[in-house]
Structure formats: structure tokens, C-alpha cells
Design a protein around this ligand. Sequence first.
Ligand code: TNX
Length: 519
Amino acid sequence: MRIRLAALLACALSLTAASAPAEAARPSVALGSVLPAPAEVRPAGGTFQLTRRTVVEAPPAARAVAEHLAAALRPATGYRLPVVGRAPAGTPAISLEPGHAEARLGTEGYRLRVTGTRVTLRARGNAGLFAGVQTLLQLLPPAIDAAAPQRGPWIVPGGDITDYPRFAYRGAMLDLARHFHTPDEIKRYVDEISRFKVNHLHLHLSDDQGWRIQIDSWPRLTTVGGAPGTGVDGTGGGFLTKAGYRDLVRYAAARYVTIVPEIDLPGHVNAAQVAYPELTCDGVAPPPRTDTAVGYSSLCIGKEVTYRFVEDVIRELAALTPGPYLHIGGDEAHATSDADYVTFQERVLPLVAKYGKTAYGWNEIAKAPAARTAVAQYWGLSTENATLAAAVARGTKVIMSPANRAYLDMKYDPSTPLGLSWAAYIEVADAYGWDPGTHVSGVPESAVLGVEAPLWSETLRKLDDIEFMAFPRLAAIAELGWSPARDWESFRSRLGAYGPRWTNRGVGFYPSPQIGWAH
Ligand code: TNX
């Protein structure tokens, strides 16, 4: 990642200022200035100042989260910040306290109390403590995110925050099929989304252009489908090995992000058919394609080999997946008849359950009765969808990703150099200005598991491209998923204040003209 000139200058300044007397202990951040907005914020007088004497206190069960916090605080402060089991009396401490039973906090909620001598973070377990750590980091000045020592003082505003999510599922999606993104790039994305309490990363692992996950029983999927040149316009290529995928799952889990794998079926399968011509009805391999057309390929619904293939892939993917969801795509199957589509889903949706996972698919799966126990990801532009509403009445749960609101690959406006515009131009206010709990008629909040912001990568080749499209809009979608209320003016001002944090981390966000960015 790039280290910005401003950060380097600030760093040089701090070296000369290291021995200057401490400034008055005024916080530079208001207690509620957090993204996503916490459920309850009660400012109090007083502040906590991080100094070279501060320790991070945690029992063994919470040690990993405490180490994560300390590691985040050390570069900019230059302090040792040891992680200890118990702080010696009189030592200023940030204390992590798991085992806090309070029903409404659930597994991800937390309570944060900041007094003059102590910061106390309480939660049921580590997921809640990790969420609270993200809040605490945002209560320190933006310089805390610099990679090298900065000048303090490091003041946290006093008071209490009680916080928990509105929806259980807050997701982001990354398309590895149109352009492959490396494990390191995916990890950087996990780092950034987890700061906003996003707890799922959906990986779109196969499409017409390429196949990006090793499947041992069908090895040509990746030796052919993941070869160099299988990205859009013949650029890039690559795939995740099983070892690389497992490493990503572990990395994400340490940040309380669950990886959701997607194999797109029965359309979007040209790359699989290039590798295995028996997956077409006539047995003839189609030409490889790296253009961006959609809806032209289909598995052969009447052939048994189709279901052997699908079951092998689902079995191997399920074995790689500790999380509950396995996404089987299902979108834009324009080359599959409606009857064939339903036939296919009636066989395939139960296969996901056979391997112990909850089936998740694009909202077209709602056409199949077997979607009753599945999760449908709504990507439509309309606020009416009778098929989805009917499925919801039968029990289907929904994750909201309306393409004209939540798609991070849509251009911000006509001048955006990257991205597409088929669904809409999506400025920050558009991404923020809808309610996932009431967006589609017949899909009440009780049927909505949450929200997800997909990032399709037809036009996105490198991490800089991903960051420019995802940020700041991902913060808007994350707030819709987490926070109980929606307030554009409040969001706008918290987002503007957040900008220097991205800059200090080298994240190249889009400086939307709708926001008054702090420098
Ligand atoms: C539609 S929306 C697609 C993807 C494209 C995307 C580009 C959906 C479920 N499928 O195949 O990449 O548009 O915005």
C-alpha cells in the first residue's frame, strides 16, 4: 500500500516533537463519531489518555483480540503497550472483559466505558470484543492509523457506548473470476471491511471467464480455467489453492469475518465447459471467453454428469468452509429455460444441505420451491418482486444487495473512470439512502438476514481499483447493516472526519464531493 506524503511529513514532525510537553487533554474525536454509528452513546466528562505506561489487560481467552488491539496501537504511538493478564494496581489500562452476559448485546455487541483511569470493554466473547476494539480505534485521533510514530496526545473521549447490530449478516462480495485478486489483496480487503464490523466476505469464485478455486476431483477447472490470460480482456488469471483458501479463511476468522464461497451455476459456466466439454449438451468445448457478456452459457440440465460435477464441487467446497453458507449463484441463467432452471435447483439446493451448509443464491433461486430453506440475495432494481415475496412467505430468508444501491462496481457519476453503470450511478447518498428492512414489498425486516455490498471486477484489476470503488460506499452499506437508525447528516459528518484514517492507511478512497472531507 502507498504511504502518503502527508503521513511521512507528519512522521518527521513527530520526531522533533517527541520531547515537547503534553498538550491539554482534549479529545479530538467526539464519543459518537464512529462508523457505523453505535446503538447508544452517552458522553461523560473526562478523558482517557494513552501513554507509554498504558497496558492492555485481558484474560487468556481474549488474549488474541488484545494482541490485535495492541498491534494496531503500537506503530503510531511508539509505545510498548504490553498485553497482561492483570494490570498492576494504579497502572492505566485498556481492559478486555469477556463473559459479560447481557442478552441484547448478542454475540457481536459490546459495552465500552471510558474513564480517566481505564477503558473497559465488555462483551459475551471475542466477536463482541473485536467489534468494540474497532470502535475504540476510531475514538483515537486519525493519526493512530499511521504506520510510523506520530505525535500525540492520544486521548479517548470519556463516556459509555452500548452497541449491537441491527442485522446478523453484514457482507461484502469480491469477484475473483473476472479479474483474479491475490490472497494478499483479499487480506487487505478483509482488514478494511472488518473495521466497519462487516462480518462476511463472499468470494465469487467462478464465472464464464475463469475458475478460481482448486477442486481436486476436477483438476482442469483451475489448470485450464485459472490459467494466465483468463481475466477479462485476456489479462491476469490465477486461482486459489486449497491451502491458500484455508489460510484466507483463518485470516478472516481472526477478524470475525466468515468467508462465503460462491460457485455460479447453472449459467456463468463457460470456463468450466472449456475445461470439461462433457458439461455441455453436445460435448463440444466452447471457445474460452474473456469478454464481459453475460447469460450465454448453461450447464446441460438433462445430463447426469452435470450433477456428479456439481456434487463434487459442493462437497469439496463445503469441506473448505467452516461457515454456514455456500452460495451456488443462480443469476442471469438466460441460456437455461425456466423449467430446466427449476429442475436444476430442485436437485442442487438439497445437495448443499446434504453437505451440511445453508444454500445461498442470487434471488432467481426463489423460482424453485426448494428455495424455502435457502437464502436469496436480492440484486434487483425494483422495490417489487412477486417471486421473491412469495418465496419469503414460504420461509426463504433474504440478503439485500439492490444493484442500484449496494453494487460497489457501479460508477459514482458519469465521470468515474472505473466501473459499470447498467444499474445506476451510485453516489454516497444513494448508497446510504434506503432501508434494507422495508426496501422490497412483501419482504419484512423479520425475513431480512442483512445486507451485502457486491464488487464485480470486470473493470477492476488491482487493489487500488478495488479501494476506489469500495470506499467510501462500503461504510454506508455497513452502517445500514449495523446501526439502528439512519441519519444522512450525521453519517456525512462522521464520514468526512473518517477520511484521514483511510489516507493514513494508504487506502485510495473516492473523495466524493457530497462529503466535507477533513484533512
Ligand atoms: C450482473 S448482478 C451480474 C454479474 C455482473 C454484474 C456487473 C448479478 C447477480 N450478476 O454477472 O458482473 O452484473 O455489475
